[in-house]
Write a protein that binds this ligand. Structure first.
Ligand code: LLP
Length: 434
């Protein structure tokens, strides 16, 4: 469940009307519900119950300091993929001792920074990376805690750009080579083996792939436990959310290729993974990103023009693919709803597009949406994950502002960029040069 709903035909986030926010802060504007974030964290935590676990929020989904602070206050750990994300986590007061560092391309500087900060574990993706971490650790006279990322070769049935646990993907080490990699890790004096890790993909809407991956990795985890003092197994992130029909009341429904089925509930997810993991008796780390923040955010945009072309009607809005790239990159579906609903208004089949000079700059194509007029406000739903964090200034468009709502309160958590921000680093470079 999330905290966006209509009150007297006005879309609100918790108790704040989105129209008021658009008027105060301008558009395009990201708005997040703090209640949704904390509620989703608590629900997952509660569903995991007695299982010894640690939720390490995947920072890449939404790395705003205020969001990180909210989660740190809930006791969350963090899954990071760069030195920059570690910096953000620490600036937000997060505990580096609860951070795992993933990613196939960690640089020596990032490794040294993470070691110096005292992170919990490096999730290592190749033999070469093991050697590099070992080198850096020995130069620093430290031991680096490591886990190896196993590629279980399971099909998560998701978009191929966000599927990671199949043998054709660049991620992890295949099951048949993993023991050798652990032997190598054990032979390197700068390393301390702490766990094992996997992550099969993102926006997974069935429990089955998770269960399959756990079942596949379990015998290996048992074997490793007998040889090394393992502390944890990380099962990654990937829990899918509802992108369609998220505003409807009752049990949310996930539509897939025209066929209705229920979304993956958190209880189903836990049921699929918890019983075998309990038997394994290791600490279980989870790395959810989208599940915690996806439905907690919307992108507000204003209709600039309505252009009636020969074959299509284009609703041109002031947000673009640079603000929210998911539709362009993954064919991602975001529900588009009016901020002020007109009772009795009809619908129209339109393309909702942005101002960026690319044909890929669309939010919906040939979609039936509520009839809108120039100047109206629209909300792109479920934009809390991989929205702002993937935004760019392409076409020299300043990054949008972000606002956090809590009950009846709202505050700016990132000011809108201005034109001077766009060129500041270039002017600085010229000054250094002069
Ligand atoms: N752990 C690892 C190692 C990951 O690579 C990811 C996401 C996560 C955890 C978190 O996954 P989540 O729970 O959010 O599914 N930009 C794409 C999604 C990319 C996911 C990348 N890795 C999108 O907008 O759909």
């Amino acid at each position: 469940m999330h905290s966006f709903h209509y009150q007297n035909n006005q879309l609100a986030c918790e108790s704040v009307r989105l129209q008021d926010l658009a008027e105060s802060y301008g558009t395009p504007l990201y708005v997040y519900s703090s209640h949704t974030v904390t509620d989703h964290f608590r629900r997952l935590d509660r569903a995991l119950g007695e299982l010894a676990h640690e939720i390490c929020y995947a920072v890449k989904a939404n790395s705003n300091l205020a969001v990180l602070r909210l989660l740190a206050a809930q006791g969350s750990g963090f899954d990071i993929v760069s030195g920059g994300e570690l910096y953000r986590v620490m600036q937000a007061g997060g505990d580096p001792g609860k951070c795992t560092f993933a990613g196939v391309g960690k640089t020596q500087d990032e490794i040294a920074y993470a070691l110096h900060s005292g992170i919990y574990s490096f999730n290592v993706e190749s033999e070469s990376e093991l050697r590099t971490i070992d080198n850096v650790a020995r130069t620093m006279d430290r031991k680096a805690p490591v886990a190896l990322r196993i590629n279980p070769d399971v099909d998560p049935h998701t978009h191929h750009y966000i599927s990671t646990g199949k043998s054709e993907n660049k991620f992890g080490i295949s099951i048949d080579r993993i023991m050798e990699a652990y032997d190598l890790a054990a032979s390197l004096p700068g390393l301390e083996i702490r766990g094992l890790q996997m992550h099969i993909g993102s926006q997974i809407t069935e429990a089955e792939p998770f269960a399959q991956a756990v079942a596949k990795v379990l015998p290996l985890a048992e074997a490793l436990k007998r040889r090394f003092p393992l502390e944890f197994i990380s099962i990654g992130g990937g829990i899918g959310i509802v992108y369609r029909g998220s505003l409807e009341s009752g049990d949310a429904v996930w539509w897939h290729e025209g066929e209705a089925r229920h979304a993956l509930t958190i209880e189903q997810y836990v049921q699929a993974i918890a019983p075998p993991l309990r038997r394994l008796n290791l600490r279980v780390l989870l790395e959810p990103g989208r599940f915690l923040v996806g439905n907690a955010g919307v992108l507000l945009t204003r209709v600039l023009y309505i252009k009636r072309a020969l074959e299509k009607t284009f609703v041109i809005v002031d947000a673009g693919m640079n603000d929210l790239i998911r539709p362009a990159l993954y064919d991602g579906y975001h529900e588009i709803v009016p901020v002020c609903r007109q009772p009795g208004a009809g619908t129209e089949v339109v393309d909702v597009v942005g101002p960026v000079c690319e044909s890929g700059d669309f939010f919906a194509q040939s979609r039936e949406v509520a009839q809108v007029a120039e100047g109206d406000l629209l909300a792109l739903m479920s934009a809390g994950a991989y929205g702002f964090s993937m935004a760019s200034t392409y076409n020299s468009r300043p990054l949008p502002a972000e606002v956090l709502v809590s009950g009846a309160e709202h505050r700016l958590i990132r000011r809108r960029q201005n034109y001077a921000d766009l060129i500041a680093a270039e002017l600085e470079a010229e000054e250094v040069e002069a």
